[in-house]
Design a protein around this ligand. Structure first.
Ligand code: NAD
Ligand code: UDP
Length: 340
C-alpha cells in the first residue's frame, strides 16, 4: 500500500514511518522540517533497511501537494503535520489556526481532487479538556482550554462534516494520550528544540545533566501523591496504532474516533522515580506552583481501540524509560549533534 505521511520527519511520524516500512508499505513523506531534522529520515532508512521518499513542502502549499498526488497516487494519508506547543499557541493563535486548520483543509481538498479518501488524523486527549470521569471514554464531553486544543477539536468537527457530506471518506480520528520513549534502536526519538515543555524529555535531560533540576508543577492535586497524573504511552505502541487504523479503514467505510492510551496513569513523582531507577541517575526536583491550564489527571479507557482496531499498548513504563534513556544517552544534543 502507498501511504502519504505528513509530518513524517517528526517524533511520532518518524516512528510510524519505520513501522509502515517494516510492514512493506511504500511511504512518501511530506514535511516542511519546521520542527524536525533530515537526520531523522536518514535514520529511519537505516533502521528499516529502506528509504521513504521525501518531499520538503508545507501542507498548506496546494500546488506542492497536487504534484505529490499526481506523481505518487497514495491510497491513504496519515496526517501528523501541525504545530503542537500549548504555550506557543496561546501567544501565536493565528499561526496555529493557519498551520493546523488550513493545512488540514488544503490536504483534504487535494485528497478529494485525486480520489484519495482514507485519512488517519492525529488528534489529542486535550480535546477532553478537564475530564469529569476517569478513565476517559470516546463519548466523554469535549472542550478545549487553549488554541492548540481548539485546532484539534475544530479539525475533528471539520472531518466529521466532510464524512457526512461524502460517506466515501474513511477517517480515523486518533486521540493520543502522552507519547514518550523512543525506538529501541536508540536511533530515533523526541528532539525538542530548546528547553522541553513536556515532562518526559525534561526528566531525561535532568538525568543526563543538561538541566539542573525538574520543576514539579503542583503537589496539591487530588491524586495519589498530589502531582499530576497522565497516561504515558510508548511511541512505538502509538505508531503501531496507526497501522491498525489504516487496516481498519481499508476493511470498512466510516469514521472512527479512538483513544490511543494504555489505560494506566502515572504521577509526576512516579515518573521521576521510574526514570531514576532505570537510568541509575538522580533526578533532583523542586515543587513549584501549578502550571496554568493544567488538569489533575487524565487517562484513557482504551477498550474501544481494542474492539475497533484490534490494538492495545504492549510496552510498559520500564520499557518507555529504557528506550527514552538509550536515545538520550546516544544523542545528547538530539539530531543536531550528529552527522549520521
Ligand atoms: P513533531 O513536531 O515532532 O512533528 C510534526 C511534524 O510536522 C514536524 O516534522 C514538522 O516539521 C511538521 N510540520 C509542522 N507543520 C507543517 C506544515 N504546515 N507542513 C508540513 N510539515 C509540517 O510533533 P509530534 O509530537 O510528532 O506530533 C505529531 C502530531 O501528533 C501533531 O499533529 C500533534 O499535534 C499530535 N499530537 C502529539 C502529541 C505529543 O505529545 N507529541 C500528543 C497528541 C497529539
Ligand atoms: N510537568 C511538570 N514539570 C514539567 C513538565 C510537566 O511537573 O517540567 C507535569 C505537568 O504539570 C503534568 C505532567 O507533568 O502534570 C505531564 O505534563 P506534559 O506537559 O508532559 O503533558 P500534558 O500536561 O500536556 O498532558
Amino acid at each position: 500500500m502507498k501511504i502519504l505521511v505528513t509530518g513524517g520527519a517528526g517524533f511520532i511520524g518518524s516512528h510510524t514511518v519505520v513501522e509502515l516500512l517494516q510492514a512493506s508499505a511504500e511511504v512518501i513523506i511530506v514535511d516542511n522540517l519546521s520542527n524536525s531534522s533530515p537526520q531523522a529520515l536518514q535514520r529511519v532508512a537505516e533502521i528499516s533497511g529502506k528509504a521513504p521518499q521525501f518531499v520538503k513542502a508545507d501542507v498548506r502549499d496546494r500546488a506542492a501537494l497536487q504534484e505529490i498526488f499526481k506523481e505518487h497516487q497514495p491510497e491513504a494519508v496519515v496526517h501528523f503535520a501541525g504545530l503542537k506547543a500549548v504555550g506557543e499557541s496561546v501567544e501565536q493563535p493565528l499561526s496555529y489556526y493557519q498551520n493546523n486548520i488550513t493545512g488540514t483543509a488544503t490536504l483534504c481538498e487535494v485528497m478529494a481532487e485525486f480520489g484519495c479518501k482514507q485519512l488517519v488524523f492525529s488528534s489529542s486527549a486535550t480535546v477532553y479538556g478537564d475530564p469529569e470521569i476517569l478513565p476517559i471514554t470516546e463519548n466523554a464531553p469535549t472542550g478545549a482550554t487553549n488554541p492548540y486544543g481548539r485546532t484539534k477539536l475544530f479539525i475533528e468537527e471539520m472531518l466529521r462534516d466532510l464524512h457526512v457530506s461524502d460517506p466515501e471518506w474513511r477517517i480515523a480520528l486518533l486521540r493520543y494520550f502522552n507519547p514518550i520513549g523512543a525506538h529501541s534502536s536508540g536511533r530515533i526519538g523526541e528532539d525538542p528544540a530548546g528547553i522541553p515543555n513536556n515532562l518526559f524529555p525534561f526528566i531525561s535531560q535532568v538525568a543526563i545533566g543538561k538541566l539542573p533540576h525538574l520543576s514539579v508543577f503542583g503537589n496539591d492535586y487530588a491524586t495519589v501523591d498530589g502531582t499530576g497524573v497522565r497516561d504515558y504511552i510508548h511511541v512505538v505502541d502509538l505508531a503501531i496504532g496507526h497501522l491498525r487504523a489504516l487496516e481498519r479503514l481499508a476493511k470498512a467505510p466510516g469514521l472512527v474516533t479512538c483513544n490511543l492510551g494504555t489505560g494506566r496513569g502515572y504521577s509526576v513523582l512516579e515518573m521521576v522515580a521510574a526514570f531514576s531507577r532505570i537510568s541509575g541517575c538522580e533526578v533532583p526536583y523542586q515543587i513549584k506552583p501549578r502550571r496554568a491550564g493544567d488538569i489533575a489527571a487524565c487517562y484513557a479507557d482504551p477498550s474501544f481501540a481494542k474492539q475497533e482496531l484490534g490494538w492495545q499498548a504492549e510496552r510498559g513504563l520500564e520499557e518507555m524509560c529504557q528506550d527514552g534513556w538509550r536515545w538520550q544517552q546516544g544523542n545528547r544534543q538530539g539530531y543536531r549533534g550528529s552527522n549520521g
